[in-house]
Design a protein around this ligand. Structure first.
Ligand code: 3SL
Length: 234
């Protein structure tokens, strides 16, 4: 039996112990979905960084840069934070340095102490679940949320993952139970549930990015398993 716990926002990550655990980091809208979609399409690797300046230092070395602030592409970057941009052929075989408001911050926090960092999205949830089943190691699901607040879409990812693991795991906290209940109550109508209720859905529709939302809400679009090794996700 593995133990599962969920951290609904990186703001309270200090309350969790990550040593000895696999951290599954998710930011369904849209950072980890971009990583999963891009790597699945042919991107060589993703280098997540916290600050725009760090990404610009990579740009100076010839790297493709991607990401946003407040949902909007950083002017100097090659691309923004739409999964469709990350899948473009121009970036196949290339490494992308990426910084986002919440997603890359959560990855940075996780990598400090977790044994391993796995990148999860609804797009690859079964691939993540299958990997965790093989590892037989305790996990913590870290939801990127939005500026310190929990978010519905990341909580639904946590629930979807726990749903697949629940018969061979011990849920050790209320957040995991809440995530599981929320996911099971959604009856797989994730696009509808997220579009109607998630605050970030409203933000994205203001940015005319509803197509991104519909794409990111797809369960099991692909079966890749991005893992962070050193500074690079492959
Ligand atoms: O916060 C993040 O990491 C982003 O994914 C937010 S956005 O969807 O690009 O606005």
């Amino acid at each position: 039996m593995i133990n599962i716990e969920t951290c609904l926002t990186p703001e309270i990550l200090h309350l969790h112990q990550l040593e000895g655990k696999i951290a599954v980091v998710t930011d369904v809208l849209r950072a980890t979905s971009c990583m999963v979609a891009g790597l699945n399409a042919g991107v060589k690797s993703v280098i997540p960084v916290k600050k725009v300046e760090e990404a610009l230092a990579y740009a100076a070395k010839g790297y493709v840069t991607a990401g946003e602030r407040g949902g909007i592409k950083v002017e100097e970057f090659t691309i923004g934070n739409s999964p469709y941009e990350h899948m473009e052929e121009a970036y196949h075989g290339k490494s992308i340095c990426m910084t986002t408001t919440n997603g890359t911050v959560a990855i940075d926090a996780a990598k400090k102490t977790a044994d391993q960092v796995v990148i999860g999205a609804l797009l690859n949830v079964t691939a993540v679940a299958d990997y965790i089943k093989q590892q037989e190691k305790d996990i913590i699901i870290i939801c990127a949320g939005w500026k310190g607040n929990p978010s519905l879409e990341d909580t639904l990812f946590a629930g979807a993952l726990i749903h697949q693991l629940k018969h061979r795991s011990e849920i050790t906290d209320d957040a995991s139970y809440m995530a599981l209940s929320q996911y099971e109550a959604s009856n797989s109508n994730l696009t509808e549930v997220i579009s109607k209720n998630a605050s970030h859905a409203k933000r994205l529709s203001g940015l005319k990015a509803q197509n991104d939302l519909a794409f990111c809400a797809k369960e099991d679009y692909c079966d890749i398993l991005p893992i962070l090794t050193g500074d690079e996700i492959t």
